[in-house]
Design a protein around this ligand. Sequence first.
Ligand SMILES: Cc1cc2nc3c(=O)[nH]c(=O)nc-3n(C[C@H](O)[C@H](O)[C@H](O)COP(=O)(O)OP(=O)(O)OC[C@H]3O[C@@H](n4cnc5c(N)ncnc54)[C@H](O)[C@@H]3O)c2cc1C
Length: 213
Amino acid sequence: MKTYDWIVVGGGIAGAALAYELAKTGFSVLLLEQYETPQNATRYSYGGLAYWSGTTPLTCLLCEEAIARYNILSQELDADIQFRELDLLLTISAANDPEATAESYNHFAIPPRLLSVQEACELEPLLNREAISGALTVKHGHIHPEKTAQAYIQAFLRAGGEMQITQVLQVLQDGVKTTTGTFHSANVAICAGGLSRQLLKSAGIPVKPIRFG
Ligand SMILES: Cc1cc2nc3c(=O)[nH]c(=O)nc-3n(C[C@H](O)[C@H](O)[C@H](O)COP(=O)(O)OP(=O)(O)OC[C@H]3O[C@@H](n4cnc5c(N)ncnc54)[C@H](O)[C@@H]3O)c2cc1C
């Protein structure tokens, strides 16, 4: 049986993008997704790209690269991912000092611009001018997440990647066991979204709990 360089588990945006990038680099890749039409986080996502919000050297670099990447992605994948930039409006409550609020965003990769109440209402006429002391605005990226994942998968297949609809039951030392058979690979990438921890746990790989806040 064929041994792939990589098996990627999960056909959401993470798995689709990773499978594409690996195939583009020249690896043999098998992408496994459990559903023909996935009901995943990617499908229900709003598709907002907060690539202005990096706050560390690493996240700022990722933001910078994301802007460059999304600007050419439709062309590279040969499909319309509906990338566009929107004016995000972050209102500042009347009880808060607008200058101090704007300053608290100064360490962001692209600090939002401070707007007066008048300017904010011109941008969004339905705002209650009595309730705000100003607003912040910044260009916020937007894509169609499901179309982007599909575009990645189609480009992945064109690059020679293989895909099967099957559910991964177990991660093995040299591949994965699924509902339709066992597949072999040198590496396995788990991109199963909210189900990733369960799969990793079943393979005996400990995962630290994430703490927010
Ligand atoms: C309502 C909503 C709005 C959001 N808005 C935004 C936003 O504006 N901006 C933003 O950046 N993020 C947003 N997110 C978050 C974003 O959607 C997710 O972070 C992202 O889609 C996760 O992608 P993923 O590929 O990791 O997971 P998923 O999209 O969940 O894909 C995982 C895939 O793995 C498959 N899978 C799981 N287990 C197995 C198995 N055993 N075998 C085979 N396949 C398996 C699943 O079927 C699924 O297709 C939003 C999320 C939601 C729910």
